[in-house]
Design a protein around this ligand. Sequence first.
Ligand SMILES: NC(=O)c1ccc[n+]([C@@H]2O[C@H](COP(=O)([O-])OP(=O)(O)OC[C@H]3O[C@@H](n4cnc5c(N)ncnc54)[C@H](OP(=O)(O)O)[C@@H]3O)[C@@H](O)[C@H]2O)c1
Length: 277
Amino acid sequence: MNVIAANGARIPAIGLGTMTLMDGVCVEAVKTALALGYRHIDTAERYRNEAAVGEGIAQGLRAAGLKREDIFVTTKVYHDKLAAADFQKSFDESLQLLKLPFVDLLLIHWPSPKVPLKETLGVLCKARRDGRARHIGVANFTISLLDQATALASEPLVTNQIEVHPFLDQSKVLAACRKYGLSVTAYCPLARGKVPGNEVLRRIADAHGKSSSQIALRHLVQQGIIPIPRTADPGHLAANLAVFDFTLSAAEMAEIDKLKRPDGRVVNPPHAPQWDA
Ligand SMILES: NC(=O)c1ccc[n+]([C@@H]2O[C@H](COP(=O)([O-])OP(=O)(O)OC[C@H]3O[C@@H](n4cnc5c(N)ncnc54)[C@H](OP(=O)(O)O)[C@@H]3O)[C@@H](O)[C@H]2O)c1
């Protein structure tokens, strides 16, 4: 598995998203993913599936003869738990549910104007110093929040997990992440189902003998962005990993770049920050 290096972390270049995967479906998806070669699993306290993710990891490691250190596990603390004591409690519970002594990456799931960023970063950095989070980072942070977080954090931040896919222009926040040495983890890399129906992606896919989803994922990995597509379908799991055996031309990359549109954002809840335009 290719890796992306960022501020001391080595992050597998593609991961499995697990939002909405529950119970036995989640266990099987994680286990199958590890058998297929996935080495990066993304969950969150908010997904209410950490116990199933942990079980899938335990079964998957055993079945594939892997060690804990062979894989990269991310979890997140939700925006209503960013006060120091709440954050600590949420992370303690995540580790218990996952049945892991540490995660590879711990993220602030969403920023919150209700708790000073300095307070949350203090406890996030402490998790890294304690070794319970090998690396730390943020999600859904804007340029101004990245400016603040990188100035306040006493430990390196290694990723900003944000929505990235062909239909959304994230060029400004991507540039800010690069400026600070953060990797970008792309959530909704398939625009939650909007990728497969796109004609331009389909045409490029046909030219490479790939699917539209594989073209969208390749467009990200070719920029050094780490996609975390979600699926429990074994065929889709395998297909989403098979994006390292072909290259998109500069003209194809540019054509995909042109698919950005003003209404392209998929995830925009009421607690979202003021996004960079
Ligand atoms: N930090 C955040 O705030 C945040 C927000 C949203 C998501 N996330 C993370 O990002 C992950 C991915 O985002 P997402 O789940 O919202 O959306 P997504 O990965 O863009 O889309 C998931 C959809 O794509 C389909 N799909 C997957 N592989 C496919 C393939 N090869 N061909 C055709 N369809 C395919 C899946 O259907 P099938 O089940 O039929 O395959 C599913 O309906 C989440 O699971 C979560 O871990 C983070």
